[in-house]
Design a binder for this molecule. Structure first.
Ligand code: BTN
Length: 257
């Protein structure tokens, strides 16, 4: 938005994927802060090679280019900054306050209302910082494919908002969190916010990794935002994977995994 580093916004009616489009711009040397938003994607990408589909005009579909000077092991925190900004924007713009299910799903109860996909792209020169394209899909009025257990901001009791209104809120929220990425203290603050918002902590979880499954209790997030899972007194740090919450949180009525 104007006055922030996110003022250069490409608006598209239709595109295959805003992440694919922005990754191409990033490889060609686009500067940090470039934003792409579309009404419709014909080949929207989800995490772990899945598709992300929504009828035209029912969702916020956007991608943001970040180039923080962070090593690859800390880049996950940049995606966390975007997810937290999207969650805050849902609260301030639509009146729905999602939690974050690790790694970066926005959920209302156990129902997913938004997803985040981060993709690393090399810098234009070897010495330049890596780029991170972070895509966000928020269900405004469409709850996701039938049977997928999703919800929308409207179905979750929120007000009807446009994709533009929510994008503006997200980019405003992101400006401050992006600055936090530049210093160790700021990154610690971001990790603390992620811990407060994370609905996975304290839950029994099944983590699906590429070649194995990890069963245990989610006991913490590292300062890089990675998940710490404990089983039989042994702790394992999970960097990437898909999480299933196995039991309801304390006080909830029924099993919802
Ligand atoms: C997930 O699987 O939860 C992540 C979904 C991310 C979807 C968004 S929509 C805008 C951006 N462009 C894409 O192709 N994917 C992301």
């Amino acid at each position: 938005m104007s006055g922030t580093r996110f003022s250069d916004i490409v608006r598209l009616g239709e595109v295959d994927s805003t992440n694919r489009y922005l990754s191409e711009q990033a490889r060609a040397g686009a500067e940090e802060g470039l934003v792409v938003v579309a009404d419709h994607q014909t080949a929207g990408r989800g995490r772990l090679g899945r598709r992300w589909e929504s009828p035209p005009g029912t969702s916020l579909l956007c991608s943001v280019l970040l180039r923080p000077s962070l090593g690859p092991e800390k880049l996950h925190l940049a995606a966390v900054a975007v997810a937290l900004s999207a969650a805050s924007a849902c609260a301030s713009v639509a009146g729905v306050e999602p939690a974050v299910k690790w790694p970066n799903d926005l959920v209302v109860g156990e129902a997913k209302v938004a997803g985040v996909l981060a993709e690393v792209v090399p810098g234009p020169e070897a010495a330049a910082p890596l780029g991170l394209v972070v895509g966000v899909g928020v269900n405004l009025t469409w709850p996701g494919p039938p049977g997928a257990g999703g919800t929308s901001l409207v179905a979750a009791g929120g007000s009807t908002v446009t994709a533009d209104e929510l994008l503006e809120g997200l980019l405003d929220e992101l400006e401050g969190r992006r600055q936090l990425l530049d210093g160790a203290l700021g990154r610690a603050r971001l990790a603390d916010e992620a811990r407060r918002r994370c609905s996975t902590l304290g839950r029994d979880v099944l983590v699906e990794l590429a070649h194995e499954e990890v069963l245990g209790r989610a006991v913490g997030l590292t300062d890089e935002g990675h998940l710490v899972v404990e089983r039989d007194g042994e702790r394992q740090v999970v960097v990437a994977g898909d999480v299933v919450h196995l039991r309801p949180p304390p006080g909830a009525g029924r099993y919802q995994a």
